[in-house]
Each structure stands twice: as structure tokens, then as C-alpha cells.
Design a protein around this ligand. Structure first.
Ligand SMILES: [Mg+2]
Length: 111
């Protein structure tokens, strides 16, 4: 049973008459595409002179990613609350590795 937000997403999801595998592919490609849009903003923030994204721009793209994520979770009969709880439980013991940013930055050639 979809939650309230997933139900809202499903109102604009026009693929529900197609096989689940087709819908999953649509949703995954949507996540990838919208993640790309978010990446583009962050790329410009870092590399485009005089460019600075706004919080609204970043959250707008993040929301687009979330839309497809909600659909994808629904296709596996999972609500956002359930997914959040699963991830919460998974992170309870950490995620298994600790980045060493100073060491990783040192690996990047300085030209
Ligand atoms: Mg977008």
C-alpha cells in the first residue's frame, strides 16, 4: 500500500499498465537522469566560474530523484517509511568504511 506521497507520485505515473520490469527500468532511468541533473548543478558549482547554485535548484533536482525513488520502492511494495527504516537499521552499525579525505585528496595530481 503506497503512502501518501507515493500515492501522489502515482497520480502522475502513467506506466502502471505495463509490466513491473518495464516500470522499474523507467524509474531507474529516471533516477539516473535526475541524478545527472543534480550532478550537473554540482559540477557547475565547482568548475564553472561565477556560478553558484541555489538551495532551491539543488532541492528541486533532489525532489525529482525522490519521485522516481518513491515509484521504484512502490514497485516492490515498499513505503518510504519502510525504506527509511530499512536504511536506518542498515546504518546503525556504520556503513563499513570510513573515508580518509586528506589521503584521498593527496592522490589527486596537482598538475
Ligand atoms: Mg529535474
Amino acid at each position: 500500500m503506497p503512502d501518501i506521497f507515493q500515492s501522489r507520485c502515482l497520480e502522475t505515473w502513467h506506466s502502471d499498465q505495463y509490466p513491473s520490469s518495464f516500470q522499474r527500468l523507467h524509474a531507474v532511468l529516471g533516477i539516473v537522469g535526475e541524478s545527472g541533473e543534480l550532478s550537473e548543478i554540482l559540477k557547475k558549482d565547482t568548475f564553472k566560474p561565477d556560478y553558484q547554485s541555489t538551495r532551491e535548484q539543488r532541492l528541486n533536482e533532489l525532489g525529482d530523484v525522490f519521485y522516481y525513488l518513491c515509484i521504484l520502492a512502490h514497485l516492490d511494495d515498499c513505503t518510504i517509511d519502510e525504506l527509511s527504516q530499512m536504511n536506518h537499521d542498515k546504518l546503525e552499525g556504520g556503513h563499513g568504511w570510513q573515508p580518509d579525505y586528506p589521503a584521498q585528496l593527496a592522490l589527486i595530481p596537482a598538475d
